[in-house]
Design a protein around this ligand. Structure first.
Ligand SMILES: [Cu+2]
Length: 332
């Protein structure tokens, strides 16, 4: 597909964006309207503690506080009586600051690490306009069901575009990533993100958040020197995630650490309910530590009874010591 075609669609999209408010009333029908209504109701029943302005306003490439509760539902269109969700993804490159001394040349989706959390409902048609401005060949490979030609393993050359299209199934917490060899390098540079497919009947209201664990091999020795939740080492240790006492918290957790075979996820002073791969509506069990291989992910639900600060981290403590470390701050 030509670049020109893609850019034409981009322009069309921008015009639609401008018209969006006017179109919502007329264009949203049937299940999409119900879904939207449910979203707004859900929002009104869940309270989210205020985020300090210096965190909320930061516009850096990697802003874990912004990544945390940011879900991209795409733009909904109705085609032949069904919902189509359209997304625009551009691969780029940028330098990020892992700590005061270490910078890292990242490759990323839409200028952020992890890439946008794409969120759809089971049965929606998903349409992704993919543009590669990353300087090398890249691709976008989704987990979940789709046809061979939509598997995202074909290299899309720099300054080229393609469209990925498939039906969203099965419901669960999934992922997408670049699948160009060496894949560990393309993922390690930052080309990954979460892909959530909501079940037909939505889950109960909760304070929902995304936690993606990843590693950084800064000296290219095939070992990770830094680890992080949502892009930046130790960020949530220095900027705790505020949550309300006695309110259900739903964590979408993904292990995207390359070069280490597995990582665990552990929370202090609590137990969480496990929904394996997010593919069940009832939990399989309760625990306070769960082991995930690379690309493994789960929905974990928990509620804190007591106020205060509580750490969460992989229990491979070397990962935690090197940056994959955070804390919840339970407030009343
Ligand atoms: Cu790539």
């Amino acid at each position: 597909m030509s670049n020109q075609f893609f850019e034409g669609r981009e322009k069309l999209w921008n015009r639609r964006e401008l018209l969006k408010l006017g179109l919502v009333g007329a264009g949203m029908t049937g299940t999409a309207a119900l879904w939207r209504m449910f979203d707004s109701q859900k929002q009104s029943r869940v309270r989210i503690p205020p985020i300090e302005a210096n965190n909320a306003d930061k516009a850096e490439l990697v802003n874990p506080m912004k990544v945390l509760r940011d879900f991209d539902y795409g733009t909904v269109k109705q085609e032949n009586g069904r919902s189509v969700r359209e997304f625009h993804i551009t691969v780029g490159t940028s330098t990020i600051q892992l700590n005061s001394a270490v910078t890292f040349n990242s490759w990323n989706f839409n200028g952020r690490i992890p890439g946008p959390t794409l969120r759809v409902k089971q049965g929606d048609r998903v349409r992704v306009f993919f543009l590669n401005k990353g300087g090398h060949s890249h691709s976008m490979h989704f987990h979940g069901f789709h046809k061979s030609e939509m598997d995202g393993v074909r290299p899309i050359r720099n300054n080229s575009a393609t469209v990925y299209e498939f039906d969203a199934e099965p419901y669960g917490v999934h992922l997408y990533h670049c699948h160009i060899e060496p894949v560990n390098r393309h993922i390690g540079k930052g080309l990954y993100g979460m892909f959530i497919i909501d079940p037909p009947k939505p889950r109960p209201p909760a304070d929902e958040m995304v936690l993606v664990m990843a590693g950084y091999d800064v000296n290219e020795d095939n070992r990770n020197e830094f680890y992080a939740f949502n892009g930046l080492p130790r960020y949530y240790m220095n900027n705790p995630i505020r949550i309300y006492q006695n309110q259900l918290v739903r964590l979408y957790v993904l292990n995207m650490i390359e070069l280490d075979p597995a990582a665990t996820f552990h929370v202090h002073a609590n137990m969480f309910s496990v929904y394996p791969t997010g593919m069940t509506l009832t939990p399989s069990h309760q625990t306070d530590v769960i082991t995930m291989g690379t690309a493994e992910r789960h929905i974990l639900e928990l509620t804190y009874r007591n106020l205060g600060k509580y750490m969460f981290h992989p229990h491979q403590d070397i990962f935690a010591q090197n940056g994959c470390m955070g804390q919840f701050e339970v407030v009343s």
